[in-house]
Design a protein. Structure first.
Length: 298
């Protein structure tokens, strides 16, 4: 596959062919050893599964900006995989964001996930940078004006944790954000498919027709999933939490259970017409590989 493919075109082509889009999310490794391991083992093994594209996170507060662009460029060049760079509003003026966009274009990056972003470490609330953007729609608008990017945005089936007016208000704001030029939505992780279906149906009634891509996180153990859901505002269904608590201390059994759970989740989502699955890999190989094998998508 050509690395310069626009992600919006991938979804259109796969929809026409009746095939789901498979995508992986990575984060930039924090150390030189981690980076070597990622390029020598993790990325080759996951690239061998032939995902349609990959995305690379930006880090809280934009802390991995340069690494994000370098990693996306390397994925495209080394594996000829389309890749998407996350870009946030945090810690940057509009002029600096324009410069980042110019750097992305110069590196051959034409797929961007536009996010408001999480506050830097040690801060609990988003703070607008003087001369910067307060909302993701402003970043979407800027990218659309640039003219040559495929733009994804985030969606929250349970509502954004910062939106205290309720999830329907948050979904309405998402619809407005989409109107500024987003090509697709990638959802926050969730463990109850009913949340996704309600989210999808609400937006469909509002006239939204772009792909709403479910984001799936394979469970490794109860400690991991409690920590991640606390950070992102997602919930764990009581029955799922109870089973994970029973398996606490047995990471191998927890991981196997997580593979089975995510497989069932994905099967139901795809049967119900989801345009694909976006896997939050956490830079790990086993669970995502096994889930795709179970789904017959390898």
């Amino acid at each position: 596959m050509q690395s310069n493919v626009l992600v919006r075109d991938l979804y259109a082509a796969r929809r026409a062919a009746g095939r789901p889009v498979v995508s992986f999310e990575f984060f930039p490794p924090k150390t030189a050893d981690g980076e070597r391991g990622f390029f020598d083992r993790t990325l080759p093994q996951l690239a061998a599964l032939k995902p349609d594209y990959c995305s690379v996170t930006y880090g809280a507060g934009g802390s991995t900006r340069d690494k994000t662009l370098a990693l996306v460029e390397a994925i495209q060049q080394r594996h000829q995989l389309p890749a998407m760079a996350h870009l946030t509003c945090v810690g940057s003026t509009e002029a600096q964001i324009r410069e980042i966009i110019a750097q992305a274009r110069a590196r051959g990056i034409h797929n961007i996930l536009a996010l408001r972003g999480d506050p830097p470490a040690g801060e609990s609330q988003f703070q607008q940078t003087a001369g910067g953007f307060e909302y993701a729609w402003q970043l979407v608008q800027l990218l659309r004006e640039a003219g040559d990017f495929s733009i994804a945005v985030a969606g929250f089936p349970e509502g954004h944790p910062a939106c205290h007016a309720g999830r329907h208000v948050d979904w309405e704001r998402l619809r407005e954000k989409i109107a500024y030029g987003a090509d697709l939505v990638i959802t926050q992780l969730f463990f109850d498919n009913r949340l996704y279906f309600e989210f999808r149906d609400f937006l469909a009634k509002q006239g939204v027709t772009i792909p709403l891509v479910p984001g799936i996180l394979p469970i490794l153990n109860v400690t991991q999933i409690k920590k991640i859901t606390l950070l992102c505002g997602a919930t764990i269904p009581p029955a799922l939490l109870a089973r994970l608590e029973e398996l606490a201390g047995d990471d191998a059994a927890s991981t196997e259970f997580g593979i089975e759970y995510s497989t069932r989740q994905c099967e139901e989502l795809l049967r119900a017409g989801a345009p694909g699955i976006h896997f939050y890999t956490l830079n790990k190989v086993r669970s995502t590989t096994r889930i795709l094998q179970n789904l017959g998508l390898v």
